[in-house]
Design a protein around this ligand. Structure first.
Ligand code: KE4
Length: 440
C-alpha cells in the first residue's frame, strides 16, 4: 500500500506538532507503521492522502454514528454557518439541543454544554464535590474520563487505592483525592466506602467501559454502585461520552435501568464538531454559575455550528429501529471476527452493544483492565496492520473500541469479514490459543 504522502506529512507535522498529532492515539504508537493522514470521508469510508480507501470503524472515535459527511448534518451546519459561526451569546439552537438531550435522558432536568468530554467529566466532578461538600472521588482502572489532572491516574493495584499520577506534570497532591478500584469489582468499591465513605463526593464510571477495549458491566455492578452511593450520600456520575446515544437512545442508563445523579456526554451530541455536555437533576445543576456558586465556563460552549451538527445527528437517531440496526451491524462484525479467528485457530473474545464492538486476542472472559492487559498485543498489532493493508481502518490500539455506524451497509460488513478471514490466517502462526505468542 502506498503511504509516501502520509509519511511525508507525518515528518512535516512532527516539526511543529508534538508527536505529529493533536491527540496521542492518532500517532499509531500502539501499532507502529505510518499514521494515515486523511483527505476525506463519505459514509463509512475514508480516503488518505495517498488515495487509499478504508472502511472506517473509528468514526472520529464515536461522533460519526451517521457516517462521514452526512448530508443532513452538512446542510444543517451550512444553514447556520451562513448566519455566523459563533457569538459568545446565547442562541436558540442551544435550547433545542438541551431539550433534545433532556427528552432522551429522563435523569437530566438540566444540561450544560461544554466543548470536550474532558471538560464534561472535570465539571461534573467539581459539581459533585460542591454539592456534597466532600473531597474524594472513586474511579475505576481502565476507565478514561479525559485528561483533567485529578482523573489522570496511573494503573492501580487489585484493590481500592489512592491514585498515583498517571502523567508527569500531575503532582501527587492532585491525585491523592482520587481512589481507584478494579472495574466490575464491587467488593473493592465497597472497601473504598468502608475506608473513605463519608469523604467520597462521587463515583465516576463508564457504565459500559470503552477505553480498555470494550468491557461490559457485570450483572449487579452498576446497581451495586448505585446502592453504595445511596447509602453514603455520594453521587453517581455516569461518563456516557462514548455510550450516550450510541448503545441506545437513552444511553447505558436506559439499557441498564441504573439512574445516575449526573451524566457526562460528548462525541455524538456534537455530531462531529466540538461539543460535549453534562447534566442531571435541577437541584444539582442549579448550583452552577451564574445562578449558583460553582464556576464553569467556555468561550465556544454551545457553539451554534456544533449545536446544529448535534441536533441533526440526534434527529436521525430518533427513528424507530435505528439501534436495532446498529446492534445488528455490531453483532455481525463481532460474530464474524469470532468465526474468522476460530477458523484460523486463534483465540478471540468478542463483545458488542449497540453501535459498539470490541475484541481481545485472549480466551476471556475480559471483565477488568487486568484481564484486558492479557490480550496478545503482538497479535493485535499484526492483525491491525493486515486489516489496514486490506482497507479496513480499526482503532489503532487494543485498548480502544470499535464504532459501527448507520452508514455501514451489509456489503461493507461482508468486505470487512472477508478481509478478517485472510488477516486472521496471516497472523495465526504467532498467536496461540492461550493468547500468548508461541515460541517462534
Ligand atoms: P474528549 O476530551 O477527548 O472529548 O473526551 C474525553 C473522554 C471522556 N470520557 C470518555 C468515556 C472518553 O472515551 C473520552 C475520550 N475518548 C477517546 C477515545 N477513547 C478520545 C480519542 C482521543 O483521545 O484522541
Amino acid at each position: 500500500m502506498k503511504t509516501d504522502g502520509s509519511r511525508h506529512l507525518f515528518e512535516r507535522a512532527r516539526v511543529r506538532i508534538p508527536g505529529g498529532v493533536n491527540s496521542p492515539v492518532r500517532a499509531f504508537g500502539s501499532v507502529g507503521g505510518v499514521p494515515r493522514f486523511i483527505h476525506r470521508g463519505a459514509g463509512c469510508r475514508i480516503w488518505d492522502v495517498d488515495g487509499n480507501e478504508y472502511i472506517d470503524y473509528v468514526g472520529s472515535w464515536g461522533p460519526l454514528i451517521l457516517g462521514h459527511a452526512d448530508a443532513a448534518v452538512l446542510r444543517s451546519v451550512a444553514d447556520v454557518m451562513a448566519r455566523g459561526t459563533s457569538f459568545g451569546a446565547p442562541t436558540e439552537l442551544e435550547i433545542e439541543l438541551a431539550e433534545a438531550i433532556c427528552d432522551a435522558l429522563p435523569s437530566l432536568e438540566r444540561v450544560r454544554m461544554v466543548s470536550s468530554g474532558t471538560e464534561a467529566a472535570m465539571s461534573a466532578v467539581r459539581l459533585a464535590r460542591a454539592a456534597t461538600k466532600r473531597s474524594h472521588i472513586l474511579k475505576f482502572q481502565g476507565c478514561y474520563h479525559g485528561h483533567a489532572d485529578g482523573l489522570l491516574i496511573g494503573a492501580g493495584s487489585g484493590v481500592a487505592t489512592l491514585g498515583i499520577p498517571g502523567s508527569p506534570g500531575v503532582p501527587p497532591a492532585f491525585t491523592e483525592l482520587t481512589i481507584q478500584a478494579p472495574y466490575n469489582d464491587l467488593a473493592a468499591a465497597s472497601q473504598a466506602f468502608d475506608r473513605w465513605g463519608d469523604r467520597i463526593a462521587c463515583i465516576i464510571v463508564e457504565p459500559v467501559a470503552g477505553n480498555m477495549g470494550l468491557v461490559l458491566p457485570r450483572r449487579g455492578f452498576l446497581e451495586g454502585l448505585r446502592e453504595l452511593c445511596d447509602a453514603s450520600g455520594a453521587l453517581l456520575v455516569f461518563d456516557e461520552v462514548i455510550t450516550g446515544f450510541r448503545v441506545a437512545w437513552d444511553g447505558a442508563q436506559g439499557r441498564t435501568g441504573v439512574t445516575p445523579d449526573l451524566t457526562c456526554l460528548g462525541k455524538i451530541v456534537g455530531g462531529g464538531l466540538p461539543a460535549a455536555a453534562y447534566g442531571g437533576r435541577a437541584e444539582l445543576m442549579d448550583q452552577l454559575a451564574p445562578d449558583g456558586p460553582v464556576y464553569q465556563a467556555g468561550t465556544l460552549a454551545g457553539n451554534p455550528l456544533a449545536m446544529a451538527a448535534g441536533l441533526a445527528t440526534l434527529r436521525a437517531l430518533r427513528v424507530p429501529g435505528v439501534y436495532d440496526r446498529l446492534e445488528a451491524t455490531s453483532r455481525r462484525l463481532a460474530e464474524g471476527l469470532k468465526s474468522a479467528a476460530r477458523e484460523a485457530g486463534v483465540e478471540l473474545t468478542v463483545v458488542f452493544m449497540g453501535g459498539l464492538f470490541g475484541f481481545f486476542f485472549h480466551p476471556g472472559p475480559v471483565r477488568s483492565f487486568e484481564d484486558a492487559k492479557k490480550t496478545d498485543e503482538n497479535c493485535f498489532r499484526r492483525f491491525f496492520a493486515a486489516m489496514l493493508e486490506r482497507g479496513i481502518y480499526l482503532a489503532p490500539s487494543p485498548f480502544e473500541s470499535g464504532f459501527s455506524s448507520l452508514a455501514h451497509e451489509p456489503a461493507d460488513i461482508d468486505a470487512t469479514l472477508e478481509a478478517a478471514q485472510c488477516a486472521m490466517r496471516e497472523v495465526s502462526p504467532g498467536c496461540s490459543a492461550a493468547g500468548r505468542p508461541q515460541m517462534r
